[in-house]
Design a protein around this ligand. Structure first.
Ligand SMILES: Cc1ncc(COP(=O)(O)O)c(C=O)c1O
Length: 395
């Protein structure tokens, strides 16, 4: 007799056996530079809340005020009755912040990629991805009927090779798609080189700047600003409010034509409820903060430089990091797990990234820097790294 769902337990047991299952920790309070996790006070080195905006009084006040004036839910999808004045204001403010003609918000970064990418190319078209793109891009690409190609990570010469190969098939449309900042290594896509390579082929360019927003560019305006490009060069600047903006939600910026098309076609936009008013209001307040309080982004970079230097001076390999994502490379998975456990005992929360998220010999701890960390807290974290790193002979 078939057990209809028994296979799930078998699959789960296999994950446990290989030490590949997620053990969910409980955050008991806000996500902040110091936090309470599983009953322990920790210095947080693995939150995407880079600027600690999720705890900024302006964002909290805006969210509470929006609940008072607009309620807790939007009641509908955007296309029917769920577009509130707050949603439209957020899109106007975001477009201005990004220097784009128009912006469109989605419920999450994941649903932006999953909903929009499949609408941009179809059978007879070509889509060309960096080999290390984020899973939400990979899922979006899988939903297209276009021919798929991959180029070597951040390698513009290899992208050019692929473009030549693609052109031989005479596709109607070509879409090049890349992360802006790569989430496992913290390196930056060579967007200027990609734009240059794409121009002769009339290819569209889509960048997922989830980890570059409120981090790179003038005042945190993102990767397009970082490379002094425009939305005539980069046609889809996608991002998320869930990381440095400190709230939740995805978005895309570019031309008005792009936004008009995207909102009429993306199923994840048309068929999923809009943000609660508090979310939209907090995102608007995050833009206010970024436009008026430049210190957050500056401190983030200052902390990043201090922490990277500290790790490197004690002998850690920080991989390809160019941004506030700072890996501490450990090679074997077991070492990365042991380092993370040892750090936790010292009151530092920094999680291991192991196979299958990265190659078997590229296990690491992924640190995410935060503008809210003090020098004393960074020193505490570095001292813990030194102690545990030496004990495990990683350094
Ligand atoms: C590169 C990248 N794109 C998209 C996402 C998804 O964003 P969200 O959390 O808003 O769904 C993430 C989050 O992990 C990401 O790192």
């Amino acid at each position: 007799m078939r057990d209809p769902t028994g296979w799930m337990r078998e699959e789960y047991d296999k994950l446990v056996e290989q030490n590949l299952n997620w053990r969910i920790r409980e955050l008991q309070g806000p996500s902040a530079p110091t936090a309470k996790m599983d009953g322990k006070e920790v210095i947080m080195l693995c939150s995407n809340n880079y600027l600690n905006l999720s705890n900024h009084p302006k964002l909290k006040r805006a969210a509470v005020a929006a609940i008072r004036t607009h309620g807790v839910g939007s009641g509908s999808v955007r296309a029917i009755a769920g577009t509130m004045d707050l949603h439209l204001e957020l899109e106007r403010r975001l477009a201005k912040f990004k220097g784009a003609e128009a912006s469109l918000t989605y419920s999450a970064g994941f649903t932006t990629n999953e909903g929009l990418i499949p609408q941009l190319v179809d059978q007879g078209d070509a889509i060309i991805s960096d080999e290390l793109n984020h899973g939400s891009i990979i899922d979006g690409v899988r939903l297209t009927k276009a021919d798929r190609y991959v180029y070597k990570h951040t390698d513009v010469a290899d992208l050019e090779r692929v473009l030549v190969e693609v052109e031989k098939k005479n596709p109607k449309k070509v879409l090049i798609i890349t992360d802006g900042v790569f989430s496992m290594d913290g390196d930056i896509a060579p967007l200027d080189g990609i734009v240059k390579a794409a121009k002769p082929y009339g290819a569209m360019i889509y960048v997922d700047d989830a980890h570059g927003e409120a981090v790179l560019g003038k005042g945190g305006r993102g990767i397009v600003s970082h490379f002094n490009l425009t939305h005539n060069d980069v046609h889809f600047e996608m991002g998320t409010f869930s990381k440095a903006f400190g709230v939740m939600g995805g978005h895309v910026s570019g031309s008005r034509d792009m936004v008009n098309y995207a909102l009429n076609k993306s199923r994840s936009w048309l068929l999923s409820a809009s943000h609660p008013p508090a979310t939209a209001a907090a995102c608007i307040a995050a833009i206010d903060v970024l436009e008026t309080e430049e210190r957050h982004v500056k401190t983030l970079w200052k902390n990043r430089e201090y922490f990277v230097k500290g790790l490197q001076q004690m002998g850690f390999d920080t991989g390809r990091s160019q941004t506030p994502i700072v890996p501490a490379m450990c090679s074997e998975s077991a070492k990365a797990v042991a380092l993370s456990d040892g750090l936790f005992k010292q009151g530092i929360l920094a999680l291991p990234i192991v196979f299958p998220m990265v190659a078997r010999d590229k296990a690491r701890i992924r640190n995410m820097m935060n503008s809210g960390l003090t020098k004393a807290q960074l020193d505490t974290a570095l001292a813990a790294y030194e102690k545990v790193g030496k004990k495990l002979t990683i350094i």
